[in-house]
Design a protein around this ligand. Sequence first.
Ligand code: NOJ
Length: 669
Amino acid sequence: MKRIKLIFIIILTIIIAACSNNSKEIIVSSPDGNIFAEFELKDGKPYYRIVKNNEQIIDFSQLGFELNGKTALNGNFVIKNTSESSFDETWEQTWGEEILVRNHYNELTVELQESKGEQRLLTIIFRVFDDGVGFRYVFPEQPNLTDFEIIDELTEFALTEDSQAWHINAYKGEYYENLYKKLPVSKINDTVSTPLTIETGNGHYITIHEANLTDYAAMNLYPKNNSTTLKAELTPWSTGVKVYTRAPFATPWRTIILADNLNALVNSRIMLNLNEPCKIENTDWIKPAKYIGIWWEMHMEKSTWSQGAKHGANTNNVLSFIDFAAANNVQGVLVEGWNYGWDGTWSGHGEQFSFTKPYPDFDIKKITDYAAKKGVELIGHNETGGATINYENQLEDAFTFYKKYGVNTVKTGYVARFLDGKERHSSQYGVRHYRKVIETAARYQIMIDNHEPVMPTGLQRTYPNLMAQEGVRGQEYDAWSKDGGNPPEHTCIVPFTRGLAGSVDFTFGTFNFTNPVNPQTRVQTTIAKQLALYVVIYSPLQMASDLPENYNGNSAFEFISAVPVDWAKTIIKDGKIGEYVVTVRKDKYSNDWFMGAITNAAARNVKVDFSFLEDGKKYKAKIFKDAPDADWKTNPYAIIIEEQEIDATTVIDLNLASGGGTAIWIKAE
Ligand code: NOJ
């Protein structure tokens, strides 16, 4: 009897110990101690929450997966082990909005195992930074989970406040080419893309996105039952399955930036830090650049991509663009419509595209020889019409062909409702294709400008040859959209939404705002705002989209010619999402600074100080500003260009016209 009692006591002690191990608080804090993530198992189900400055930002939220033909991987768990570690390093960007990035976090690894059945394993890793949290799932190698199909990722973000969220629909528009709307989270009633930026009641910001999207589907979000709980929704394959995979495997990171102001939001580097370090050994060939192109004229219907009397990519036309680039500090000339495949319907039917066969009036040898003599590079263009199989079959040949002619940058395109007739661009199918192109291009030392992409997730840290991506409703809409073009507020939203996912190939710089063949649309800005956008919307590849004939003789072009595309530092001086933005950036290769200030349709006065300048040093500011009577609707071309000596104590009133802006080149003397 005594023995039985003893065994009973021992068993009880083990149970209590196990319970207490599983119920003790499992917390990991940011290095500055202001933010913590907490993990908890409730009845065997995994949850996390996030707290900043004692305020719960995300309440206990579900984690886990539903798998095809298997029991869901989200219950019956016990904690096998937890461990913590810290990390602090500073790494250098090949290009970027700043040079050095600090990667400083505390990490918590929670190893879970099912207590019954197949006793499958799932590990969750949290990294808590001073500016937010990242977490990912890891499926360790295990006997009872080898090949499997994810049919739902159960991750939730249970926001504690019903704040305003800037969002675009994930599926209705194409490749994120939508106008952002603002609604309280619970009212969104839609599946939306990330980055999703939320403005909290106390003027802070939360941005939910992801990092290192590798062999997985992009994450979208929807508010569960019209509540403030956002649930992950992975873009499906045409089969309905979200992800085909096998253990061992790690998902992308789910990222949550917590920022007290817009400057902190834009300067958060969580997404980049959660990507792997650069895999390209020698990056000397990767060069940020400005470019012009045989491009806007096609969107304006002055010339065509296809062959015929108006064919844009003809040798003489390209040579004249090269002359303009050489004379104006523009390093590249993009040429679209140079190769067989454009005649007939190509959008969604790209199988006929050849990536090595130029049209007869495009003499690539003559063009590239001439460009090389002038110190300019041809920028290649591979539009696939969404036919990725056709492109992959020709990929090596396409890049070999371009390299033979000294072409080091290629713009890719995927205009089609679905890739290869059935798969979404943001599905695992699309993600696999885009990665193949980036990796292959890296082998050929080719830089990529990816149009119609999956939303960027910071891969440019690992592959800095991924220069820019579209994934935005860009300037081309001003040439032909049925709804009148991008409204003035659009560019006041992009830096804080899509812009947080990485460089944006928006292609501004238009100086002629109307289109005779599409009179319903126009560029809804002033000239000064077109200039300011080069500072406000970041990319290491920036297009001057208009035709040389519209630039020649216009003194405003001096700003585009001077503005750098690679920066040492970025500061958001002022702004309100959707209303106005004042951004300053320091050139990476000189002591010059550049300021871009833009507004929505409301004219406004914004006072800016220059306290970011070196104390006691004098600078010459060349100011490109809206004339007093400028207005995007009635007088968009009215600009004043003037010079003023400034220093760190100067304060200037920026009078921004309706749809206007100010661009300032601050030259160190
Ligand atoms: C859409 C792209 O965004 C645009 O830049 C390009 O000119 C056309 N597709 C044709 O490839």
